[in-house]
Design a protein around this ligand. Sequence first.
Ligand SMILES: [Zn+2]
Length: 480
Amino acid sequence: MYLYNSATHKKEELKTHTPGRVEMYTCGPTVYHFAHIGNLRSYIMEDVLEKYLRFAGYDVNRVMNITDVGHLSSDADTGEDKMLKGAKRENKTVMDIAKFYTDAFFDDCRKLNIKTPDVVQPATGCIGEYIKIISKLVDTGYAYLAGGNVYFDSSKLERYYIFNDHDEDDLAVGVREGVEEDSNKRNKNDFVLWFTKSKFEDQALKWDSPWGVGYPGWHIECSGISMKYNGEYLDLHCGGVDNAFPHHTNEIAQSESYLGHPWCPHWFHVHHLNDPAGKMSKSKGEFLTVSLLEEKGYDPLAYRWFCLQSHYRKTLVFSWENLDNAAAAYTKLLNRIAALKPEGDVDAAVFGEYREKFLQQVGNDLNTSMAVTAVFDALKAKTNDATKLAVIGEFDKVLSMSLLEKAAALREKAAQAVQSGGGDYVITGEGDPEIDAKVLARYEAKKAKNFAEADRIRDELKAQGIEVTDVKGGASWKRV
Ligand SMILES: [Zn+2]
């Protein structure tokens, strides 16, 4: 697979330490609030990447942390602990907050068909790992004690700015708006490995350490968790582009100083979801969550479809209108798949040809918009319906849009509408499941006020010589 590597700023073939196996790490959520759909965009794209790698025959070990301690409201080690802030806001304990929002995160993931990584590790479960790493960094002179905290000394590195898509000015954390300078730091890019002297006396979670009772900094958790479950050589590290600096930069600094050899050669960063006015933030307008999408009547998978239509390295602009378009396209696709008849034998040659093309296209820097196009191409293929369904089912191993399941449910619903005497919507006609499915899809589209789709289906039926008449409680159709 060819994948853009933010560490080298070019598209490169993914090479792994052990051939055929990918050790993959994903920065997980800080569980102090519901996940914003902008953050979920990263998890959707990482899910597609993992599924693509498996589809391409790799054995994947994917590890993800859950940040339940140590993430301050500024990434520059200042401000309030996000978890503590969440606990205060809701008058609960930090552990209650962590459990509640971890569960909420995985509920969202389930609704978006995001697979749970092989290993999910809360940061509070690996304190011993961080202490082991920090102790060695102190012993070897990469870390120092100041004002009660342990800091990583960035001046000890030959190179620090590994993701130098950033301006030097952006790196001067002290001058950023609303960020206080930590006077204990020897260099502006030093960062905290272990806090003992926090200005927040009420920090709920503390552990014993060689430097006093305290808690770990945010960056060390990903190095510790990855080394524990992925081993010393990580192949692919993923995260949102906002994590590239300082979080990922600091992960590399501490990991390579600890290990004494290169740690992770390939870095995958998913770009932002913006609103038309600029970067989305919680302070501006509605806080967009999966639950809000559901309240507004959207299938969460319509949001997944929306994300798949665009490349992960491009900023994606969210608006309700854009989401409506994606939702309509998804419904239309399901209706078209529902109209396929699962009869006949799969043509193995056609199936193989389509699978190979998909493998090549999507393997070119995770080109998900080509993957979306591939589904429509399969629908138009010169082959029987059984082969089309098999090809679409194969693509959906990567896309995870529940295409066959949802299409089957539509067919089933149409069949029930034909049979039910007293159901909500009764279809009478000449007993053709394909036509029944379309008639029902037209009704569902009208019910959802998607009149363009309803009209499109009516025209399609008309072209097939089918006339639909709306009657009380249903519809009847006949061939004319
Ligand atoms: Zn991380």
